[in-house]
Design a protein around this ligand. Structure first.
Ligand SMILES: NC(=O)c1ccc[n+]([C@@H]2O[C@H](COP(=O)([O-])OP(=O)(O)OC[C@H]3O[C@@H](n4cnc5c(N)ncnc54)[C@H](O)[C@@H]3O)[C@@H](O)[C@H]2O)c1
Length: 255
């Protein structure tokens, strides 16, 4: 399918997991894809595999927390491919995940890091990409949020707040630039069996999570790639703007 033929897509924080699967999907659907990640070796391995499958792709090392790095990345995308039309912002830093506890006990450094990568970093990408999209006549952005953005839990306060903030950023972008041809949406996955989840949970825990959803299986990276690709397509999703779309097998309904 050539859904994204002629488009240039920046996949920010996409060397592994659902971001990597989405980069593969966009390339297989005709986009020229730039995979930018702090894990430069992972991004390079991914684009070599995309190229081997016949796609057009480039890897860049970048740190989403550094404005200069984000600026340089977007400049290199436009320098190499002439424009920027589509963006999937997906980065999160899992390093201190287990220390993200409640509002009383969480180390503020854990909270700050979460916000620097998963919220402020997404804001930096938007800030730099939007002017380039406007030069190209418009564009589409999808941020990876989470079911956490709409719920609550006794732990992971930093993550829940960052993802709720991300939905707010997305709505701002949709509202501010909709009339100028830029759409922005979030995907809000439930449990997706990426390596990060497989490493951090036991089989019993995953079985318990599955029991609590009305579906027959967990989510996959392909589920996310399909939804992001659809939302980035003006032909198919041109009337979807400013939405935080659930993708959770029914685990969370009607929020
Ligand atoms: N796996 C799930 O069940 C699940 C559920 C809901 C939401 N999410 C969200 O989906 C997204 C992807 O998750 P995943 O499970 O595929 O994890 P992942 O760890 O494989 O992906 C995160 C990516 O962000 C990159 N990254 C981290 N810090 C960075 C930085 N400073 N600059 C640039 N890149 C950086 C990592 O290198 C990695 O490639 C995240 O935003 C996560 O919060 C995941």
């Amino acid at each position: 399918m050539a859904r994204h033929k002629g488009k240039v897509a920046l996949c920010a924080g996409s060397a592994t997991g659902m971001g990597a699967m989405t980069a593969r999907r966009l390339a297989s659907e005709g986009a020229k894809v730039v995979v930018a990640d702090i894990n430069e070796a992972g991004a390079q391995a991914l684009i070599e595999s995309i190229r081997a499958d016949g796609g057009e792709a480039m890897a860049l090392g970048f740190d989403i927390t550094e404005e200069e790095s984000v600026r340089e990345t977007v400049a290199r995308v436009v320098g190499a491919y002439g424009a920027l039309n589509l963006m999937h912002v997906n980065a999160t830093d899992r390093e201190r995940n287990l220390e993200d506890k409640d509002v009383v006990t969480t180390d503020l450094a854990v909270f700050d890091r979460m916000h620097k990568v998963s919220l402020r970093g997404h804001l930096l990408c938007s800030r730099v990409a939007i002017p380039e999209m406007l030069k190209a006549g418009g564009g589409a952005i999808v941020y990876t949020s989470s079911g956490a953005s709409k719920g609550s839990a006794p732990m992971r306060v930093s993550y829940y707040i960052a993802k709720a903030g991300l939905n707010g950023l997305m709505r701002h972008v949709a509202d501010r630039w909709g009339k100028e041809g830029i759409r922005a949406n979030c995907v809000c996955p439930g449990v997706i069996l990426t390596d990060a989840i497989l490493i951090n949970t036991s089989e019993d825990e995953r079985a318990a999570m599955l029991k609590s959803t009305p579906s027959t299986r967990h989510g996959s990276e392909e589920d996310v790639a399909s939804l992001v690709s659809f939302l980035l397509s003006d032909e198919e999703a041109g009337w979807i703007n400013g939405q935080a779309v659930n993708l959770n097998g029914g685990g969370l309904m009607a929020v």
